[in-house]
Design a protein around this ligand. Structure first.
Ligand code: GLY
Ligand code: MN
Ligand code: MN
Length: 443
């Protein structure tokens, strides 16, 4: 299975350390383990920042990066080998593995951190740390700092500055390398197959969770450990709930079903939405709304290229959708005035996309110095316009009510434009109807 190569983690640590001020230390804890109930834990997912810098998959670990440290710049605290625990819970890298497999210069048992880390912090004037994202760890860090302060009279030098690590690190994470794009493409391809499978399986009388099961099957078969977020399978008017999660309603003949689902590979997300008719044929109204959303989706790609700013794609979708809603009689008035008054918002209330990467709603600033960020090669994002006509919207003719359509693709900015990672799943009315017609013949 495609993964981020080990060498890339080392390159990332160097890139971060090159940005840090002299005489500083960066500290990052692994994600905590969360208890589901009693002795059962939730499936473990490493913290994205921690994973980005280490590829180290274990909980109860702490990274310390200390540029210029003579005995090694990359120190990893992790669990010790323990045959009895490993028999129950799985293998651990231990300190030797942290060094030989994960490239740490130095590794210590996590149980020794209180004795060792204050000594590594002492004498550094700056600590890079994401304050506020892990309360328990914030508290422990303050205790280590206080340990150093308590020894000030013996000459110990506590740090005098805390710097937000997130800012530096998240800017690095925003630019995807060739290896990252390769992994994201693999995730997108598996997710595309999952959407195709769900379309082929759709029948009136099945339940939304039947289609979710088809998605999960393809995700796991492709090697994904888990979805990148809770899959949305929303039939009929459920599609008008943007983050619908119940997935337990029946699929009815004549309704559309909106599926927003993507898997995660090596901690990289994909995020795809397709909307299709339960029985394989769009009604006239469904088709009209669908083609309008598709036109907005396709227009957006033309506005994603180096030199264009983040919001241009969104503005393009607003333009297409507002003009289209006027044409269909769902809005009345002058298109530019309607846009200025945000008259489209009852139908299109979210933005056209978000950064995509290790987190589905990935890190990175959308504005720099108060201005929309200018796109550069390697930035990855979604394009996901939608139109949702509430079932109780009394301002529109009855035939439109309860229709919800979103079409979402994943793209990476290239040197000349953008590369769409999610072309593996049909998108036009003709393609979807053709795919679903062959599926029902087979069945
Ligand atoms: N699945 C969440 C989103 O599309 O942003
Ligand atoms: Mn989505
Ligand atoms: Mn999305």
């Amino acid at each position: 299975m495609i993964r981020i190569p080990k060498s890339e983690y080392s390159r990332r640590r160097k890139a971060l350390m090159a940005e840090m001020e002299p005489n500083s230390i960066a500290i990052l804890p692994a994600a905590p383990m969360y208890i589901r109930n009693r002795d059962v834990e939730h499936i473990y997912r490493q913290d994205s920042d921690f994973q980005y810098l280490s590829g180290f998959p274990e909980p109860e670990s702490v990274i310390a990066l200390i540029p210029g440290r003579e005995h090694g710049e990359y120190v990893l605290f992790c669990r010790e080998r323990d045959p009895a625990r490993e028999l129950w819970d799985g293998l651990r890298a231990g300190q030797d593995g942290a060094i030989s497999e994960y490239g740490a210069d130095d590794a210590f048992p996590i149980g020794d951190i209180d004795d060792i880390l204050p000594g590594l912090i002492e004498g550094r004037s700056r600590v890079y740390y994401a304050i506020g994202s892990n309360q328990e760890f914030d508290h422990r860090l303050m205790e280590w700092i206080n340990t150093i302060r308590s020894k000030a009279r013996q000459g110990a030098q506590p740090p005098n500055e805390f710097v937000a690590l997130d800012h530096l690190l998240h800017d690095l994470r925003l630019y995807k390398s060739t290896n990252e794009v390769r992994v994201m493409r693999a995730a997108a391809e598996i997710s595309a197959r999952a959407h195709v499978r769900a379309m082929q399986a759709s029948r009136p009388g099945l339940y939304e969770y039947h289609l979710e099961a088809e998605l999960d099957y393809e995700f796991r078969k492709g090697g994904a450990k888990m979805p990148a977020y809770g899959s949305i399978v929303a039939a009929g008017k459920n599609a008008c709930i943007l983050h619908y999660r119940e997935n337990d309603a029946v699929l009815k003949d004549g309704d559309l079903v909106l599926i927003d689902a993507g898997c995660e590979i090596d901690c990289y997300a994909s995020d795809i939405t397709r909307t299709f008719p339960v029985s394989g044929r769009f009604s006239a109204e469904q088709k009209a709304i669908y083609e309008l959303v598709l036109a907005a989706n396709e227009e957006a790609f033309k506005h994603i290229a180096p030199g264009k700013h983040w919001n241009e794609a969104h503005e393009a979708t607003v333009q297409v959708i507002t003009a289209g809603l006027v044409e269909l009689g769902l809005l009345q008035g002058d298109v530019e005035e309607l846009i200025a008054a945000e008259a489209y918002k009852p139908f299109y209330m979210h933005r056209a996309g978000h950064w995509l990467g290790m987190d589905v709603h990935d890190v990175g600033d959308y504005k720099v110095g108060g201005e929309w960020r200018v796109l550069e090669p390697g930035m990855a994002m979604t394009v996901e316009p939608g139109i949702y006509i509430a079932a109780d919207n009394q301002d529109v003719a009855k035939k439109w009510r309860g229709i919800g359509v979103r079409i979402e693709d994943d793209v990476v900015v290239t040197r000349t434009g953008c590369d769409i990672l999610t072309t593996g799943v049909p998108k036009t009315v003709a393609e979807i109807e053709a795919l679903m017609a062959t599926a029902s013949e087979v069945a």
